[in-house]
Ligand binder design. Structure first.
Ligand code: FAD
Length: 302
């Protein structure tokens, strides 16, 4: 079955990279994750749309992969087709408006804004995601969120229609957007920035990068903050106050640097991470009566 589909993919989409049983740990910031039955990396948006319509036609299960920095992929991997968007990475600028295809990395987007002395995106410097993932998650840091400078996006609907959505239609909330319903895929996003001072922009970006390296376990593989911030609390402090700093299950460990992070200390499996997440949630609930809601998205066959 998979062999036939692979042959079909290769015949139909000769410009795309198509791999069978591709280990997904190569594509996640956690460096964890079993194989994708079929891994497809389209070259351009047109080909992606054709691939998507073929996947829908064949009723194949699929997963849209950005830069893999907010997901935990199961050890068994993902059944069906994983479509990797990171080669869809064109970036354009007109006046103070930046338009980025979904695969553009926030690193490149923020550096481009800086190069053009445009302010508004400094907060996103250092978030290791792609534009598609950042819009999906309404990524944010240091008081800024994607929604603050988001103007519009081109989305692909489930029925294969390309639609343009404005910020007001996106249901942005804390680490939330309409994309999480699974009804749309981000093709490109447009950000409205303002002319700023290059020195100020550079200083702010440098400052934020330094803070990140000081406070977050950037030197070890992780999936970022595991939990959303519970109202009225800081996750890191709650976990620390439960004496879980450095607590380890298998190869997964509560970061010694920031207790809101779980790091892949020593060849952790997805099961190690899940066990540690559950243990942390239960301990914090018991200790402080606070429910920790996961920000990290679980993907694949569990
Ligand atoms: P992925 O992890 O690949 O995917 C995340 C979700 O988005 C998945 O459900 C996926 O299907 C979906 N998706 C991806 N692309 C598309 C698309 N084109 N269309 C539709 N759906 C799509 N996050 C913050 O908000 N703030 C931070 O400060 C922050 N710091 C981090 C620090 C570290 C060290 C790490 C590892 C992560 C951090 N994160 C942070 C989490 C993560 O980087 C962000 O959530 C990021 O926006 C995810 O983007 P991604 O491309 O990696 O998405």
């Amino acid at each position: 079955m998979t062999k036939d589909i692979i042959r079909d993919f290769t015949d139909r989409f000769p410009n795309s990279l198509i791999l069978q049983d591709e280990p997904l740990k190569k594509y996640t910031s956690f460096k964890i994750g079993g194989p994708a039955d079929i891994f497809v990396s389209p070259m351009n948006i047109e080909e992606f749309i054709d691939i998507y319509s073929y996947v829908q036609e064949q009723k194949l299960p699929y997963f849209i992969l950005g830069n893999g920095s907010n997901i935990l992929v199961s050890d068994k991997g993902i059944r069906g087709v994983v479509i990797n968007m990171t080669r869809l990475n064109k970036l354009e600028c007109k006046d103070s408006v930046l338009t980025a295809q979904c695969g553009v990395l926030l690193e490149d987007l923020t550096l481009k804004a800086k190069e053009l002395s445009l302010t508004g995106l400094e907060f996103a410097y250092g978030i290791p995601g792609s534009v598609g993932g950042a819009v999906t998650m309404n990524a944010g840091a240091y008081g800024g969120e994607i929604k603050d400078c988001f103007k519009s996006a081109k989305l692909l609907s489930k029925s294969g229609e390309v639609v343009t959505m404005l910020s007001t239609d996106m249901n942005f909330g804390y680490r939330q957007s309409i994309i999480q319903t699974g009804d749309f895929i981000v093709l490109e996003a447009t950000f409205e920035l303002t002319k700023g001072n290059l020195n100020d922009i550079t200083a702010r970006m440098d400052e934020l990068k330094e803070q990140r390296w000081l406070k977050q376990p950037m030197e070890l593989p992780s999936g970022g903050s595991v939990f959303k911030r519970p109202e009225g609390h800081y996750t890191g402090k709650l976990v620390d106050d439960c004496d879980l700093r450095g607590y380890q299950i298998g190869g997964a460990r509560i970061s010694d640097k920031h207790c809101g992070f779980i790091v892949n200390q020593d060849n952790a499996t997805a099961n190690d991470v899940i066990s540690l997440i559950k243990f942390t949630q239960a301990t914090v609930l018991k200790g402080f009566g606070v429910t920790l809601e996961r920000e990290l998205r679980l993907v694949g066959e569990w």
